[in-house]
Ligand binder design. Structure first.
Ligand SMILES: [Zn+2]
Ligand SMILES: [Zn+2]
Length: 340
């Protein structure tokens, strides 16, 4: 079969690979849609190395159609499914306190397990048994459902912040993740949603997806908001968030920052303002189910985020577009133009 194989930083290619090595109880799916995430780009460029294997298949935002059920009851060939890509151990302290997203022993697609940028994907038995496979309703597009993973991460971030309906929310950085924050905050009843973003076309995208206002960062200094979400890993934006948040306001450091980067931060802004600062990482299966429901019900039209579609054959071109910054979400589809 064909897959986009990550060899080492800066080296990835679409090539013929062996079929997935199936073990008893594993499910096999045919990829229907797999979205490129900022994390995949960070891995390709060597900016993220934790848990990454050489000669592996990336991609953790995908959907598929069942080719082999693995003998599990309730599943049929041809069912379309979305896979929650992270499997927690269920036994560590974090798992026991219902924080399975930060489980100390997570196993994840696109890292420990070959991911979605392939014609066929093996879903290990443990994922099926743990309830990480979700059946899609017939009318839900596989492409939209592939965005359940990033949406679930965004749900996690906003749940941890404890956003209150009616409050004002600034989203700092409106790439695909920031745009999902805009959509979710709007849907959750925010009084005002303000996008802070350097590039004009992404400010326009934020307005189209429900932001009330969109400003470049240098015009955002005068803002006064109840909550600020740092959706791009920029220390400057984290400081901006601290300056524009009202007393008793909430700040989410949602995006990952470059590894090892330490920065000056106005600690007294947090101290005197009694701000609450939360981090955010990953998703729980409950949040994945919530995200799929929001997508299936049409409440969040996430398909509007998809700006480019490519066949798996053209994965490298798709990565180049995703990296440029002019794209929003870039999705690979299974159609192969050239034989493996
Ligand atoms: Zn992702
Ligand atoms: Zn655990």
């Amino acid at each position: 079969m064909k897959a986009a194989v990550f060899h080492k930083p800066d080296v990835m290619a679409v090539e013929a690979v062996a079929e997935p090595a199936m073990q008893r109880g594993d499910m096999l799916i045919r990829m229907t849609a797999a979205a490129i995430c900022g994390t995949d780009i960070r891995i390709l460029r060597g900016r993220k190395t934790k848990g990454v294997r050489a000669r592996s298949i990336l991609g953790h935002e995908f959907t598929g159609e069942i080719l082999e059920t693995g003998g599990h009851r309730g599943w049929n060939m041809g069912d379309t499914v979305a896979i929650c890509p992270a499997l927690p151990c269920g036994q560590c302290r974090e798992c026991l306190m219902e924080a399975e997203n930060i489980c100390a022993n997570l196993t994840a697609f696109g890292y420990e397990i070959d991911g979605g940028f392939a014609e066929r994907i093996r879903v290990p038995e443990a994922f099926v048994k743990a309830g990480n496979v979700f059946r899609l309703r017939g009318d839900v597009s596989p492409e939209a459902a592939a965005l359940a993973e990033p949406l679930a991460c965004v749900i996690n971030g906003q749940e941890l912040m404890g956003l209150k309906p009616g409050g004002s929310v600034a989203v700092l950085g409106t790439g695909p993740i920031g745009l999902l924050h805009v959509m979710l905050a709007r849907h959750g009843g925010a009084g005002e949603v303000i996008a802070v973003q350097r590039s004009a076309h992404r400010r326009e995208a934020a307005l189209a997806l429900g932001a009330d206002r969109a400003l470049p960062p240098d015009e955002a200094e005068g803002l006064s908001v109840d909550a600020a979400i740092v959706a791009v890993g920029s220390p400057e934006l984290a400081n901006l968030a601290a300056r524009i948040t009202r007393p008793r306001g909430k700040i989410s450091l949602f995006a990952g920052f470059p590894a090892g980067v330490e920065t000056s931060f106005d600690l007294n802004a947090i101290h005197y303002g009694e701000h609450s600062v939360t981090g955010a990482f990953g998703l729980t299966r409950k949040q994945f189910a919530m995200a799929l429901d929001l997508i299936a019900s049409g409440a969040l039209p996430v398909n509007k985020l998809v700006s480019h579609r490519y066949a798996l054959d053209d994965a490298m071109e798709a990565f180049a577009i995703a990296e440029q910054g002019s794209a929003l979400k870039v999705v690979l589809t299974a159609k192969c133009l050239r034989p493996a």
